[in-house]
Design a protein around this ligand. Sequence first.
Ligand SMILES: *[C@@H]1O[C@H](CO)[C@@H](O)[C@H](O)[C@H]1NC(C)=O
Ligand SMILES: *[C@@H]1O[C@H](CO)[C@@H](O)[C@H](O)[C@H]1NC(C)=O
Ligand SMILES: *[C@@H]1O[C@H](CO)[C@@H](O)[C@H](O)[C@H]1NC(C)=O
Ligand SMILES: *[C@@H]1O[C@H](CO)[C@@H](O)[C@H](O)[C@H]1NC(C)=O
Ligand SMILES: *[C@@H]1O[C@H](CO)[C@@H](O)[C@H](O)[C@H]1NC(C)=O
Length: 256
Amino acid sequence: MASFQRLPLLLAVIASLCAAAVGQDGKPVLPFAPSCSTTDNYTDGSQYMKNLDQLLAGLPVAAAFNGWFYNGTSGAPGTPDQVFGLTMCYADRNAKECQECLAGAAAGIKSMCPGSRNVRAAYDACVLRYSPTPSFSIADLDVAFYVNLAGTAIDPERMRNAWLPLMTDLAGRAASSPSRVANATTPYDAASLVYGLAQCTRDLNATECSRCLSSLVGQLRTRFTNETGGAVKAYSCYVRYQLGAFDVTLPPEPLW
Ligand SMILES: *[C@@H]1O[C@H](CO)[C@@H](O)[C@H](O)[C@H]1NC(C)=O
Ligand SMILES: *[C@@H]1O[C@H](CO)[C@@H](O)[C@H](O)[C@H]1NC(C)=O
Ligand SMILES: *[C@@H]1O[C@H](CO)[C@@H](O)[C@H](O)[C@H]1NC(C)=O
Ligand SMILES: *[C@@H]1O[C@H](CO)[C@@H](O)[C@H](O)[C@H]1NC(C)=O
Ligand SMILES: *[C@@H]1O[C@H](CO)[C@@H](O)[C@H](O)[C@H]1NC(C)=O
């Protein structure tokens, strides 16, 4: 993988080629209930802001070339103005939704949390984090939001007996796969299937991914007792189950 210090140069060359594909000029996309620091804000024109802008400008293309995930840094290493950032698309969104989210996420969060140094934001299709300290490789267990899928009335016990083993299995499989994504189905009854998806950000090793997903599966258990489906979006991992199909777009192989 290219080091991020050299990335801006690389990006300058390829940005024009992929601006259209990646939607560099995308509309701002707003996160739901982001977590934004409120003290020690950066000011307009500060070095932190310059580094942050450079990092955020590069993330969509970097992620597009890296299987919809990227963690990088900008600014002189070891200085207080160095910024670390991470982005990923959730795998139940398609390539177009992913690109739009990546392209508009930065503008969206900067309009909601101008000045925050430390930001964690989950969107419909992607997640974006930045901070002055490297928080990569350690699972962030905080939940961004829950998605409750209502619809068909279900037999709660039958449903739990289907999705709980499914999601437990997927948590293990996602953790041990290089892409950190796993999807599968299990029967609900003779006529229908429960679909499941588990995903981690790829900065996590198998142990941390597994810790993150186990925590979310635990949250599913307490939150969703009589639903057609449920999802928990977090900043380091994601789980979703549902009676009936939903589309999964597995991340493409990284190009570098
Ligand atoms: C991205 O995350 C990996 C795994 O945690 C880490 O080794 C790497 O240093 C990070 N990249 C940057 C640019 O910090
Ligand atoms: C820092 O910025 C956030 C928004 O990003 C704002 O809510 C907060 O009030 C600001 N804090 C100070 C001390 O200005
Ligand atoms: C996985 O990552 C965590 C957090 O960085 C680290 O403490 C742990 O030693 C790693 N485990 C393995 C097996 O590499
Ligand atoms: C589950 O939801 C259905 C409506 O979909 C409702 O009729 C039923 O009483 C609920 N069961 C429990 C145990 O809450
Ligand atoms: C997982 O998702 C991929 C991509 O949509 C699909 O081709 C595959 O059939 C799914 N796997 C299972 C077991 O449902």
